[in-house]
Design a protein around this ligand. Structure first.
Ligand code: PHE
Length: 351
């Protein structure tokens, strides 16, 4: 009988120790497994109850030891349960960090083309359809290409028309005052027919105000071939004005003076704001000035080694800021170079 008790109690001890090992070694990797573990070790009908229920069979002197063993199984099971549960709630916290894909996305600010760039490109596109190609060149020019070749020798009063920035006080090196300098460079190296546009930034030593700036952008054009006439110039500019401002637009040509063209003219278009009725943009005249033009002076052709008896040509030049201000009714030229995104964002949908 004693032996029997001994065997039985050994068996119970063994059972309890096996459970202790099981509880300690358990690897719980999801909520299902955790629940199964809980039912087995901590539920209302848990395995420990079965084992503990047999304490009556344990010899008296072993009872305390047995009780402690079962208790340690319980503690191990509770410890495992809580630590596993915590690790799950940690990962569920991580799950909360996963973005909610049903929420509306963040707005990405895409930026927009600068209005000067928009208008410049629009002008170029129109003339490209007439066969003009784009030529660009340096902003720092020598006196010959900016002035002298264009029939403005030293001390010529016409130089005062464009107040000049000199580089390092060297009278021979200037910041170009117009992109006609590019036209000179093209005429020097190419034989007619020449049909080019010269867009670019130009500089004039003027007081900065709402109406004028010390730098701005131009697009100038040049067409040289045999028998190019003033009528060709008018036809070209009429087409351009209608393409840029609308079919109902008319042009008006007023005589003017430029040293490098003869005859010279300034071109107005019907005010596209009021349709010619008169408003504050056209100063109630019904017309707005958009460009200067003329037939290339034979002297300029000669300066560039083009025979004026064989060839003739026309040239025109316009300020991109001026046209942009008219088209979008921008009241202050400085807005076009300050890069305030609140101003620039308004052009996102333009053109
Ligand atoms: N170069 C002139 C200017 O900057 C514009 C112009 C170009 C006028 C070609 C006539 C012919 O004011």
């Amino acid at each position: 009988m004693r032996l029997f008790f001994l065997f039985l109690s050994m068996d119970i001890f063994l059972q309890a120790e096996t459970l202790l090992k099981e509880a300690n070694d358990a690897v719980i990797s999801n909520a299902d497994e955790l629940e199964k573990f809980r039912i087995r070790f901590l539920g209302s009908k848990n395995v420990l109850k079965d084992v503990f229920g047999q304490i009556a069979n344990v010899p008296k002197e072993k009872k305390k030891e047995f009780g402690q063993l079962v208790n340690s199984v319980k503690q191990a099971a509770e410890g495992k349960y809580t630590s596993s549960k915590e690790s799950f709630s940690d990962s569920s916290k991580e799950q909360k960090d996963i973005p909610d894909l049903t929420l509306p996305g963040d707005v990405v600010n895409t930026g927009a083309r600068h209005p000067i760039q928009l208008v410049r490109n629009r002008i170029i596109d129109i003339f490209k359809r007439l066969g003009f190609s784009v030529e660009e060149d340096r902003e720092i020019e020598d006196d010959w290409h900016n002035f002298t070749a264009l029939n403005m020798p030293e001390d010529h009063p016409a130089r005062d028309m464009q107040d000049t920035f000199f580089v390092h006080c060297n009278p021979d090196i200037v910041l170009r005052t117009h992109t006609s300098s590019v036209q000179v460079r093209v005429m020097e190296k190419q034989k007619p027919p020449i049909r080019i546009l010269s867009p670019g930034r130009v500089f004039r030593n003027e007081t900065i105000s709402a109406r004028s700036h010390c730098f701005f952008h131009q697009v100038e054009g040049l067409y040289i071939d045999e028998n190019v006439s003033f009528a060709d110039l008018l036809q070209t500019l009429d087409f351009f004005a209608k393409e840029l401002f609308g079919k109902d637009i008319k042009i008006k040509v007023r005589p003017s003076y430029f040293p490098f063209t003869e005859p010279s003219a300034e071109v107005d278009v019907t005010c596209f704001i009021c349709g010619g009725k008169g408003c504050n943009v056209c100063k109630y005249s019904g017309w707005v000035e958009i460009l200067g033009c003329g037939m290339v002076d034979p002297k300029v052709l000669e300066n560039c080694n083009i025979d004026p008896k064989k060839y003739s040509g026309f040239a025109f030049g316009m300020g991109v800021e001026r046209i942009t201000m008219l088209k979008y009714q921008v009241k202050d030229i400085r807005l076009l170079s300050e890069n305030d995104t609140r101003f620039l964002d308004q052009f996102k949908a333009a053109m």
